[in-house]
Structure formats: C-alpha cells, structure tokens
Ligand binder design. Structure first.
Ligand code: F6P
Length: 342
C-alpha cells in the first residue's frame, strides 16, 4: 500500500513524532510505502508532495512544528477540490491518507471518508478540545510553556507589587488556562466556559494590593466578561469560519488599572505556546497514536480516529472526535476555584 500523510491546521509539538512513528511502523512492520503531502489539505488538492521514508523521518522526534508544513485549507469550500484530491491520489498511487489535525482537518477527513477516500485521523491540538480522547498531544507542552511563563511572571510581579494579566491560547476551550493557572498558582483564572464579573476581579485584585500582595490573572483568549463581548483580533475569518481571538488580556488589564488605580501589565503568550520541542509526555502520546494509525491503515479500518482513553490507544469514528467541542466542565473549574479566589 502507498500511504499519504498530512498535517493540517495550527501546528503543535508532537506532529513530527506521529509522522515518524507511522512511517517507521508502516514500512518496517507492514512493508508499505509513504508519501508526505505538504501544507495540510492543500497538498493532496494541488499534488504537492515530499518523500517520506525511514531515513527522512530520522532525527525529527524532538522537533516542534511539522516537517510537512501546514495550512488551514478547506477542500469543501473550494470548487473541484475533492475531485482533485481523488485524482492526485490515483495519479500518485496513494491508497490511503493519514490526516493529523484538529476539528477542522479531521472534519474534512470524515467527509472525505463518506466521499470514498480512505482516511484515518490522528487528533492534535494544543487546545485539548477534541472529544473521544482524554488528551491531545501538544497540550502538555503548551501547558508547560504557559506554566513556566507564569512562574517567571510571579517573580517580576512580586518585585514591583504589580498585577500581571497573562493571556493564554485555547480558542473556546479553557483547558490550557485552567491547567497552567492551577500549575502556576495564578490568583484568578478566567475561562470561556464561565462568564466572569470584571468588578469582582478588580475588587479581588484591589484587596490583594491593599494587603501588599501582587496578583497573577490568567485569562483565556476566548473568555467573556458578563455583559461584554468576546475580544476579536480583527474581523478575519479562516476557511473553516473561525475568527481570530485576542485582546482580552489587554482589556482586563486596562479595566483593573481603571477600577483599582494599581499598576497592571498584560502579556500575550501567543504562538510561543505552540513552538519548540515537545515534552516527553507528548512525544510518547504522539508516537503511540502514530503507531496505531499505521496499524489502522494496514487493517483497512478507515474513517477512524486514534484516541487516548485512560491509558489505552483506541480507534473511534472520526466524527466522534469532532461533533462536539470538548470544553472544561464547569464543575472542574469550580473544584479549582478555591485556589483562585474570585
Ligand atoms: O487551535 C490552536 C490555536 O493555537 C488556538 O489556540 C489559537 O486561537 C489559534 O490556533 C491561533 O491560530 P493562528 O496560528 O492561525 O493564529
């Protein structure tokens, strides 16, 4: 069999570990051949390929990003793109695709499977917002980066008796902010799943300031104040209809400053959270998913997404990963609220 591999959507640490594991198992154990499609779904649409074999995946396990490059291309928004994928696969002798991606890339894999293209999916995202899998690789790395940032912000906040607001990625799911907030000991954690009361936040910061204490506020890019609106970077929408988020950190910091009169700073962690080397946890998870993806293709078990359930890697229908966004259950947030103090 000849198997195509692609990575779509925002990159995340661990993508190369999946590619390496799938290629190594697929070639060594099953004798299959591989080809890389570059730039997400744009690769098979335009026939943009790169060699993928035992040697080309050497030395990539610990590298962040993706050797296949990525894009947010949606074939279902482009005239003739699905037919182009089928034609390019036939011309290149590619029998099946391993699509590594988040809700958008895997959503396309579900539709393509229904349209007769052999696909298996591997879930990835720093946002950890895919259903059917306990964790997605990339999340652990991103949480560690955000936690380290909070640790560092603490020492400077304390030195200047300041409040520092740190804006964390995650789109409409607060997983990264919640985990980094707990791990970094943030005083206030604001996530999209629970509307926050700006006056309550600033009263809390003021009480701490009055007691001579500095404060760290961790806020998700998708968090919304009561009576307020989600902060958007610009009006831009991607091929999957997603708006770019950003700006809530600055807004919260300005409001705290206005309402308390205390010096407040905001920092946006942004793409730092997605870059660099994956943690050992993410390398192992990504490797196990890649191994299972190769096995699924070999078994002809198409339309399946590899998933972590408990400590096991299982196969579930791809749509079960993408039908419903996995957000933070409010009870989980409430459990941690005792530490946050708002
Ligand atoms: O989905 C991953 C993610 O990093 C989100 O947390 C974030 O909102 C978005 O991608 C940023 O996208 P881009 O890289 O296109 O700016």
């Amino acid at each position: 069999m000849r198997i195509g591999v692609l990575t779509g959507g925002g990159d995340c640490p661990g993508l190369n570990a999946v590619i390496r594991a799938a290629v190594r198992k697929g070639t060594k154990e099953y004798g299959h051949e591989f080809v890389g499609f570059r730039y997400g779904w744009r690769g098979p649409i335009e026939g943009i390929t790169q060699p993928l074999d035992w040697d080309t995946v050497e030395g990539i396990l610990d590298k962040g990003g993706t050797i296949l490059h990525s894009s947010r291309t949606n074939p279902y928004k482009m005239e003739g793109a699905v037919e182009a994928i089928k034609k390019n696969m036939a011309d290149l002798g590619v029998d099946a695709l391993i699509a590594i991606g988040g809700e958008d890339t895997l959503g396309v894999a579900t539709k393509l499977t229904a349209d007769g293209v052999n696909c298996v999916g591997v879930p990835k995202t720093i946002d950890n917002d895919l259903s059917g899998t306990d964790y997605t690789f990339g999340f652990d790395t991103a949480v560690n980066i955000a936690t380290e940032a909070i640790d560092r912000l603490w020492t400077t906040a304390e030195s200047h008796d300041r409040c520092i607001v740190v804006e964390v990625m995650g789109r409409h799911a607060g997983w990264m902010t919640l985990h980094a907030g707990i791990a970094g000991g943030a005083n206030v954690v604001l996530i999209p799943e629970v509307e926050f009361d700006m006056q309550r936040v600033s009263d809390f910061v003021k009480d701490r300031m009055d007691a001579g204490k500095s404060t760290i506020v961790a806020v998700s890019e998708g968090a919304i104040a009561k009576g307020g609106e989600m902060q958007l970077k610009d009006g831009e929408v991607d091929a999957f209809g997603h708006v770019k988020l950003g700006g809530v950190g600055d807004w919260v910091a300005d409001e705290i400053k206005k309402r308390t009169g205390s010096e407040t700073r905001a920092i946006v962690l942004g793409h730092l959270q997605r870059g660099g080397t994956p943690t050992a946890f993410d390398r192992v998870l990504a490797t196990r998913l890649g191994l299972e993806a190769a096995a699924a293709v070999n078994d002809g078990d198409f339309g399946k997404m590899m998933a972590l359930q408990g400590t096991n890697i299982v196969r579930i229908p791809i749509h079960e990963g993408t039908d419903v966004l996995k957000v933070v259950p409010v009870e989980r947030y409430r459990d941690a609220e005792v530490f946050f103090g708002v």
